[in-house]
Design a protein around this ligand. Structure first.
Ligand SMILES: Cc1ncc(COP(=O)(O)O)c(C=O)c1O
Length: 340
């Protein structure tokens, strides 16, 4: 397959059936977004935000593109900017992995770090200040309609097409900005109304669940603000505020169920996917898969389940995902050597 432009290789990611670790009576599939050229689902929105801004005249030749991101959007944007020739600046919490910072710089972007405990808000405020001051183009992935729109136009259509003959019973995804969830849900609700839409968020950062709890106050007022967001290890998921792009999913009740997941479960299932299936996905992919396995264990026989895998594990070599993976020879390996 020949591509005359790197950016036309974004999207059309494969859907892969889980062979070894899924319950025998269930068809469990993953949509491997790490097949995108920048290694994550975020290549889609990065490309669309730049394309739309070029069309609207919001982005002029040689104008700097700036964005706040915990990583994958930064890599996607840096890749798009390198290919199209725009300078790129990324603001990012210093809790995001080294691999992400280095990859963005490798792609020619500049990376400005904000304190991790201050969450995505600090990176977001810094990007806004710099964009206002310098008249840079601020990509605003958390609010930009080009984000969910590209998932409506591409991700959702790919899913509909792949499952048109067999039907899709459950679709499972986490959220960062909510672009994937809102955009895909728009289409599945309309064209595949039987598909149950399952969203997930970190156990210690349950923003959607806590909003529901707040709504339940008897006098209609918001309850005492409880600290529902805590720093969590599922990089790319759930910022410390409800993004506008996700709000569409909440307002329209797009999700049938919201199932929280712990970072430890995510790490466990990411390791299982790698060692038992050969599937190389990050902490959020493992987390989404953990939820898909919970669904699979309760679903009727022969159900078709699709689980989104947002990015590649190679982005997490310095993170807790690889804590149990040795770089030096372990005892088993030394024993093999000493046996000759
Ligand atoms: C690492 C990572 N990036 C991106 C996403 C999706 O993000 P968004 O909600 O912004 O489409 C997820 C969510 O599953 C994720 O885990």
């Amino acid at each position: 397959m020949i591509f005359n432009d790197l950016l036309s290789s974004v999207g059309n990611t494969p859907v892969i059936k889980i062979k070894n670790i899924a319950p025998a009576n269930i068809n469990l599939y993953v949509k491997a977004e790490y097949f995108n050229p920048g290694g994550s689902v975020k290549d889609r929105l990065a490309l669309n935000i730049v394309n739309e801004a070029e069309k609207n005249g919001d982005l002029q030749p040689n104008q700097t593109v700036i964005e706040a991101t915990s990583g994958n959007t930064g890599i996607g944007l840096a890749m798009v900017c390198a290919s199209k020739g725009y300078p790129c600046i990324i603001t990012m919490p210093d809790s995001a992995s080294m691999e992400r910072r280095k990859l963005m710089r490798f792609l020619g972007a500049k990376v400005l770090l904000t304190p991790g405990p201050e969450g995505a808000t600090a990176a977001y405020d810094l990007a806004k200040k710099l964009a206002d001051k310098n008249d840079w183009f601020y990509a605003r992935q958390f609010e930009n309609s080009a984000n969910a729109d590209i998932h409506e136009q591409t991700t959702a259509i790919e899913i509909l097409d792949d499952f048109k003959n067999i039907g899709l019973d459950y679709w499972v995804s986490g959220y960062g900005t909510g672009g994937t969830f809102s955009g895909v849900s728009r289409v599945l609700r309309k064209h595949s109304p039987k598909t149950k839409l399952i969203i997930s968020e970190p156990e210690n950062a349950q923003l959607i669940n806590s909003m529901k709890m707040q709504n339940r106050n008897s006098d209609g007022s918001p309850s005492e603000s409880h600290e529902s967001w805590n720093p969590h290890p599922i990089q790319g998921w759930t910022p410390d505020f409800i993004p506008l792009v996700l709000q569409e999913s909440i307002d329209n009740d797009y999700f049938d169920e919201n199932i929280p997941v712990s970072g430890d479960d995510g790490i466990y299932w990411s390791n299982q996917l790698a060692s038992k299936e050969g599937i190389i996905t990050g902490i959020s992919g493992g987390s989404t898969f953990s939820v898909a396995m919970k669904i699979a264990n309760q679903a009727p026989d022969a159900s078709n389940i699709l689980c989104m895998l947002a990015d590649t594990a190679e982005r997490y070599l310095s993170s807790p995902l690889f804590n149990d993976i040795d770089s030096e020879m372990n005892e088993d390996e030394k024993e093999i050597l000493s046996s000759i």
